[in-house]
Design a protein around this ligand. Structure first.
Ligand code: NAD
Length: 326
């Protein structure tokens, strides 16, 4: 078994990917790392405090544990990168370059690095955005992911680094709070709904965006990493789709379970980012190459989240809401 290092493991995706990889491969095979202190959602297993901007420390950890595979997740997300332009670029691009350099120098087996639908800009086709649609992002985050994709393709072409990537849509899970992205509303909304509180949405009611339940994101990541190298035809980053909905549609899905739920709309600066992104994604390359198929639609996801959220976070649910009947 090849040992795995995960960077940014304490984040929204990292917490869930770490525990799933530990369940599959065993706790000691998966080394979690982050610039922050570890959280208990990572489960049992080794943890290293690691700043991905420190290339020598990455090398040190790779040597210490004889790491062969890296899932490089550490990044600054879209809304936060707009507030801190230079850090957005430095962390998202230099962090990746450090990992790619280590992969090249130490002949690592495989690297996973997430891109995003943010690589598409206002001139990309809005509905069913194709794999090779124009990528002219207008956000710091999108620019950094676009550059990252090209660096991945370069290190693969030039040095044979087996780096694989997905353009995740907005990720929605109940086990971790989101990290400052433009789709964070679709996580926060469930927390308010189950507590019987009204929700104020920072996007317009009809802003449709591509989204994905965390279980599907983890599944897609592991499927891509398990695929034979000859099946990987995209070395920038694969379009990957699951569901697509607007704030109004997620609110309707919640109301089917919690009829008293109320939502108001108060768009802020994040609306400007969302307006440049696609409505939905054409992921036929992923479906053809490594048989990608999502498991959750909007209503399945809503039911699953509302059912598990109160127990997971030990939330106070009002007497009017019967979680057992969701
Ligand atoms: P997150 O913000 O929740 O987590 C990022 C983690 O990186 C945090 O735990 C943070 O402490 C850590 N970090 C920050 N600076 C670091 C540094 N210098 N060194 C090491 N660790 C550092 O993000 P996430 O939602 O888990 O996203 C993970 C990856 O997936 C990112 O690359 C992100 O761009 C991508 N992605 C996420 C989404 C989404 O909706 N969450 C969508 C598309 C792509």
């Amino acid at each position: 078994m090849s040992k795995i290092l995960i960077t940014g493991a304490c984040g929204q995706l990292g917490s869930e990917l770490t525990s799933e990889l530990r369940r599959i491969h065993g706790n000691d095979q998966v080394i979690a790392s982050d610039i922050s202190e570890p959280n208990d959602r990572l489960g049992e297993g080794p943890f290293e405090q690691l700043d991905v901007l420190d290339e020598s420390k990455i090398k040190e950890i790779v040597d210490k544990y004889e790491i062969k595979i890296i899932y490089h997740l550490a990044a600054l997300l879209s809304a936060n990168a707009e507030k801190n332009i230079y850090l957005g670029w430095k962390l998202n691009v230099n962090g990746l370059l450090n990992v790619l350099e280590v992969a090249k120098d130490k002949s690592l087996e495989k690297i996973f690095w997430p891109s995003s639908i943010a690589v598409f800009g206002p001139d990309a086709k809005k509905k069913g955005t194709p794999q090779n649609s124009a990528c002219n992002p207008t956000t710091v985050y999108g620019i950094s992911k676009m550059a990252g994709e090209q660096w991945c393709a370069y290190y693969h072409r030039k040095f044979g680094v087996d780096v694989r990537s997905l353009r995740y849509p907005g990720l929605i899970g109940y086990k971790a709070m989101p990290g400052g992205g433009t789709t964070d509303y679709a996580v926060d909304i469930y927390h308010k709904a189950i507590k019987g509180e009204p929700f104020e949405c920072f996007l317009e009611k009809d802003t449709k965006l591509p989204m994905m339940y965390m279980q599907d994101a983890v599944k897609a990541t592991i499927m891509l990493m398990n695929a034979p190298a000859e099946k990987i035809s995209v070395r920038t980053s694969y379009n990957i789709g699951a569901i697509s909905f607007s704030p109004e549609e997620i609110a309707e899905s919640i109301k089917q379970k919690l009829p008293d739920f109320e939502i108001q709309y108060n768009p802020d600066h994040r609306q400007d980012i969302a307006s440049t992104w696609p409505d939905s994604i054409d992921d036929s390359a992923a479906r053809t190459d490594w048989k990608w198929k999502p498991g959750f639609d909007l209503d399945n996801m809503t039911a699953d989240i509302l059912k598990h959220l109160p127990e997971f976070w030990d939330l106070d649910v009002p007497d009017t809401i019967n979680v057992d009947k969701i």
